[in-house]
Ligand binder design. Structure first.
Ligand SMILES: *Cc1c(COP(=O)(O)O)cnc(C)c1O
Length: 426
């Protein structure tokens, strides 16, 4: 089937022409890298000049089964011949089945489908407000350095000043507390507090995991104070760490972790393997709070999105992708950690779980001291020049979020190039 797609013709000035189209016509809200990508296959993407890159970012953890995955293509084409979209005025089979799968992977409860992570989190905010409404409780505690999306409530929930700047006033009812600090949460709880929302591994701010004690302590505290415990699994969830949920991975060696269950979870990024679909799960006892007429989205849970979502889960099971995530993740983390030992003036630390890895750069890298851009961005650029795509996080962390089916040979190629770039900087 692949042979049917011939690569696009190579036109040398095409990249520049596309840059110009953007400058004239596209809202400049993104800080973009120069690359203009045209097509991909598996862990590789090609730019319009025909240059190949190993993609260790997979669209910020979205393309969990790689690019142009034939199973996804098949699910898209087959479902699109039946129904692409029907309104949520009606029932459709793929939505019911995908919800069933997600409930069985998570725990007793119900699922609502959205189209993005920010929107999935919006559903959790509304759930929390509905839950506390009769008692006049509405306040949601979130963590400093968190990231919850770019909607107005999303930037209000996000514990980073840079996303809020210029958009004040914020949506009221969000307060930020230091991450991994249970006492800070306890102290911050007011009579208006209704929920706590955290990422189990903070992604955008640089791959910072919660401790098991923090997660278990939050659960206990939320029980005690009658608060909902909400988890943003948009980036860390969905098998990224080698377990379906990142909290399952973080708690797997903690006996008390077996019974851990949040009250709400948001997902997006990987669900559709590249197709835009998100969703949130609500624990059984609260699952009917969002009663008919209280929440909706036109596209949510479309037959096409859900058919692709079902295919992604089928392939993850069929190809034992979870094992691959654990093996490749441990392998890559070890080799990246070895770079920190060999080149401590460049790499400070490698951390993360499964294929959600962060390389923390040294605070002052002489080769980057003249550049205006943060170290992370300069390092990512150096990797681009060497043929590897990664994603910056914060000022000093480079994220590796490869496709979950990355092969050993691809991991080796990426690690070798990263090592070359690191050693050239030392
Ligand atoms: C990406 C991300 C979001 C936002 O998702 P969108 O699909 O961009 O709206 C929210 N939370 C976390 C943790 C994310 O990584």
């Amino acid at each position: 089937m692949k042979e049917l797609f011939s690569p696009p013709p190579i036109v040398q000035n095409q990249a520049q022409r596309i840059h110009e189209l953007f400058q004239k016509n596209v809202v400049p809200s993104y800080g973009r890298f120069e690359l203009v990508l045209s097509h991909g296959e598996g862990s590789y993407v090609w730019d319009v000049n025909g240059r190949r890159y190993l993609d260790l970012g997979s669209g910020i953890g979205v393309c969990c089964l790689g690019h142009a995955n034939p199973d996804i293509t098949q699910a898209l084409t087959e479902q699109s011949k039946k129904l692409v979209h029907v309104s949520n005025l009606y029932y459709s089979e793929p939505q019911g089945h995908l919800a069933q799968e997600l409930v069985s992977l998570t725990g007793p409860g119900k699922v609502f489908f959205s189209n993005s992570g920010g929107e999935a989190n919006e559903g959790l905010y509304k759930l929390a407000r509905k839950f506390g409404h009769e008692e006049g409780r509405f306040e949601i505690l979130t963590a400093t350095n968190s990231f919850h999306g770019r909607t107005l409530a999303g930037i209000s929930a996000t514990g980073q000043e840079k996303v809020k700047k210029g958009f004040e006033p914020m949506v009221s009812g969000f307060r930020h507390i230091p991450y991994n600090d249970l006492e800070a949460v306890r102290k911050a709880i007011s009579p208006a507090t209704v929920a706590v929302l955290i990422e189990c591994i903070q992604g955008e701010s640089g791959i910072n995991p919660a401790t098991p004690e923090y997660l278990l302590g939050l659960r206990q505290l939320c029980n005690e104070k009658k608060l909902l415990l909400l988890l943003d699994e948009v980036q860390a969830g969905y098998f990224r760490t080698g377990a379906f949920a990142s909290y399952q991975r973080l708690l797997e060696n903690t006996p008390a972790g077996k019974d851990f269950m949040p009250d709400g979870i948001s997902w997006a990024k990987a669900i559709g393997g590249g197709y835009a679909i998100g969703g949130f799960w609500i624990r059984a006892q609260y699952a009917d709070l969002l009663s008919p007429g209280t929440h909706a989205t036109t596209y949510g849970g479309s037959p096409l999105g859900c058919a692709v979502g079902l295919k992604v889960l089928e392939v993850i099971r069929r190809d034992r992708i979870q094992e691959n995530v654990r093996q490749m993740g441990a392998y890559m983390k070890d080799r990246l950690a070895a770079l920190a030992t060999r080149f401590p003036t460049i790499v400070h630390e490698a951390r993360g779980y499964g294929l959600m890895l962060g390389v923390q750069l040294a605070q002052n890298i002489p080769a980057f001291s003249k550049g205006e851009k943060p170290h992370a961005v300069q390092f990512v650029n150096a990797l681009h020049n060497a043929g590897v795509l990664t994603v910056p996080a914060g000022t000093h962390v480079v994220r590796l979020l490869p496709s979950l089916n990355i092969k050993k040979s691809e991991a080796d190629e990426g690690l070798q190039i990263i090592e070359q770039v690191v050693s050239s900087l030392a």
